[in-house]
Write a protein that binds this ligand. Structure first.
Ligand SMILES: [Zn+2]
Length: 409
């Protein structure tokens, strides 16, 4: 029961991050949870010398030293303190649905959690679900991950006869705004390999994510009084339409899934004389990713050539890369070990390519190979978020199983 109690405690702390604050961490509530975790770590018996709390940037690292004579790799687990700014995380009020019958769940505040909209609910028939009251997100993303990691640590502290290597844990701020690894201290963390525990459904394992770039296209036109514009005016907004029109509709977020990449027009603003378009470009495949960047450059060149007198610049920069190239060639055992631990617990592993980036992808490119595994929740970032008690318990056990697999190798 302790992982559940921890989870229910952690979600009482409002840790929503903020895109706007410009601070690190972006919000002060994350400090509150970091301090709770430091206290919990001390209370469960991690010595103060094995806890590093970066009070400036709000990172918590802790280590349970190995008890083996053998040389066992230090395995790490990471989850994030913040919740998404897309929904409130303040005054989270949970509801328990015992022995779920597969029907509609009334959350309150006019919100229904219904299997006709969220068919995965049916997987949880007979289980105990934790939902919101329809006003806030739940915070299973990623406080379920934190609770599972903490309870796994406690298990090894309470069972000192079980042989294991160093277990390193880290709790990081601002994952939801893409800044989770900004000040991550690999040395303080001390793991040889790690997992972010930040995925969804039980069994999920991800070691692929997008390659990502952003493109800012600036179009300069020529403004003339519309009454005298013939053969003189160049309307930068119309040129923007042409550029976007050259990108096939089949390569948009709303028309793609799985490993299909896309161009996403995030924003467009301007007037006759100047228009700015912002795209993000995504593809799992490195070659297709490069091709997409090249294509948008070419489209801009061609459009500029077709409109003498207009100016088009495309600033394209890479944001992050697919971690698969850091995991599969040289570190596939990290994936295999996790899958073995899952199978031993009767969990069917599900390979899920992430249609986004992960903190683990960033860390993989900093030298710490780091796939992402399930934390158990569903419908992240909104009021329909839920998790089952059974998933939290199983994932807590799975994390211990992974540690044991490393010790066995
Ligand atoms: Zn998350």
């Amino acid at each position: 029961m302790r992982a559940i109690e921890r989870f229910l405690h952690y979600i009482t702390v409002d840790t929503a991050s903020s895109e706007e604050s410009g601070k690190h961490p972006s919000t002060s509530g994350q400090f509150d949870l970091a301090r709770v975790l430091v206290m919990d770590l001390l209370r469960m018996g991690i010595s103060a010398g094995d806890i590093t709390y970066d009070e400036e940037h709000c990172y918590v690292y802790a280590r349970l030293k190995g008890n083996s004579e053998r040389d066992i790799p230090a395995v790490g687990f990471i989850s994030h303190l913040d919740t998404s700014p897309e929904a409130s995380g303040k005054n989270v009020r949970t509801q328990f649905v015992y022995d779920y019958d597969g029907g509609e769940i009334e959350l309150g505040n006019g919100k229904m959690l219904s299997p006709s909209v969220f068919p995965e609910l049916l997987l949880y028939k007979g289980q105990t679900l934790i939902t919101t009251d329809g006003q806030t997100l739940l915070g299973a993303d990623d406080k379920a991950g934190i609770a599972e990691i903490m309870s796994m640590l406690e298990y090894f502290i309470e069972n000192p006869d079980i042989e294991h290597g160093d277990i390193c844990v880290a709790f990081t701020p601002d994952e939801e705004i893409g800044e989770g690894t900004e000040f991550f201290d690999l040395k303080a963390f001390g793991a040889d390999v790690a997992y972010t525990v930040d995925g969804g459904i039980l069994g999920e394992i991800s070691y692929e994510n997008f390659n990502a770039a952003s493109a800012k296209i600036t179009i300069k036109g020529c403004n003339v009084h519309p009454g005298e514009a013939k053969d003189k005016m160049i309307n930068s907004q119309r040129i923007a339409f042409e550029i976007d029109g050259a990108i096939p509709a089949a390569e948009r977020p709303e028309t793609t899934c799985d490993r299909e990449g896309f161009f996403h027009l995030c924003s467009i603003s301007g007037d006759v004389s100047q228009t700015t378009m912002k795209y993000i470009i995504r593809d799992h495949d490195k070659n297709l990713f490069e091709e997409k960047k090249e294509r948008i450059r070419k489209i801009c060149e061609k459009t500029m050539a077709a409109h003498p007198g207009c100016g088009i610049t495309a600033d394209i920069s890479d944001t992050y890369y697919n971690m698969i190239e850091k995991i599969i060639p040289d570190n596939k055992h990290i994936v295999d070990i996790c899958k073995r631990a899952m199978k031993k617990d009767g969990i069917e592993p599900l390979d899920v390519p992430v249609r986004g980036g992960t903190d683990g992808a960033m860390l993989s490119f900093k030298g710490l190979p780091c796939p992402n595994i399930c934390a158990g929740g569903h419908n992240f970032h909104g009021v329909y978020e839920y998790i089952s008690v059974e998933s939290i318990e199983k994932i807590t056990k799975l994390l211990s199983g992974i540690v044991l697999e490393f010790a066995d190798r």
